[in-house]
Design a protein around this ligand. Structure first.
Ligand code: AMP
Length: 204
């Protein structure tokens, strides 16, 4: 399966992708996670990327496209999470064969609530204080590392990220809708509920 998952910040793209990867073994490529890894390396490229992420702005199209293409290689199955985020990025990968494009649809007020409770371990395993709590408070179930909140999940940056989503990423959904490729899935509810909906549309 070659899959693209679109949706506003906090719509569950990462959570749903992780569940799909775990169940089906499809390669999960989170554009945000790859960019954060580059920031961690502290390279000059990483420093440029950091400036964008901290402000909630998008990293330049060409740069993200190149990074994503390198990471994807010639994988037989993949889940693209958080890419494309602009029409230009969608056009950059128009030759890439994709089976399904899913939009996880979620209202802004739920986004803010979800992101404020979101936690991650340093290796990227995701949790939520209310919807997906770890077994032991503040500790990752998988590797026992401490959980923390992403710097760009603070309310001011979240507002900016949602603004950018509406302006730059919502048109990507329109782009695929016009091509009759878009499947819209309601992303309200628990991860299990949303995952169930996603699996149903993947079967069709
Ligand atoms: P995410 O982990 O998907 O929420 O992404 C975190 C941040 O990484 C975003 O707010 C952007 O600054 C950057 N980012 C992730 N994906 C992209 C993309 N496709 N294009 C440009 N910037 C991106």
């Amino acid at each position: 399966m070659k899959l693209i998952i679109l949706g506003p910040p906090g719509s569950g793209k990462g959570t749903i992708s992780e569940l799909l990867e775990k169940e089906f073994g499809w390669f999960h490529l989170s554009a945000g996670a790859v960019l954060r890894e580059e920031v961690e390396k502290g390279t000059s490229l990483g420093k440029e990327i950091k400036k964008c992420i901290e402000k909630g702005k998008l990293v330049p199209n060409q740069l993200v496209t190149e990074i994503v293409k390198i990471e994807l290689g010639d994988k037989k199955s993949f889940i693209l999470d958080g890419f494309p985020r602009t029409v230009q990025q969608a056009e950059n990968i128009q030759d890439l064969p994709v089976d399904k494009i899913i939009l996880l649809d979620l209202a802004e007020k739920i986004v803010v609530k979800r992101l404020s409770g979101r936690r991650k371990c340093p290796k990227g395993h995701g949790y939520h204080l209310v919807y997906l709590p770890p077994k032991k408070k503040g500790i990752c179930n998988v590797d026992g590392l401490p959980l923390s909140r992403r710097a760009d999940d603070n309310p001011d940056v979240v507002k900016e990220r949602f603004k950018i989503y509406k302006k730059q990423t919502a048109p990507v959904a329109e782009y695929y809708k016009k091509k009759k490729k878009l499947i819209i899935v309601d992303s309200a509810g628990t991860p299990e509920e949303v995952y169930g909906r996603v699996k149903r549309v993947l079967k069709n």
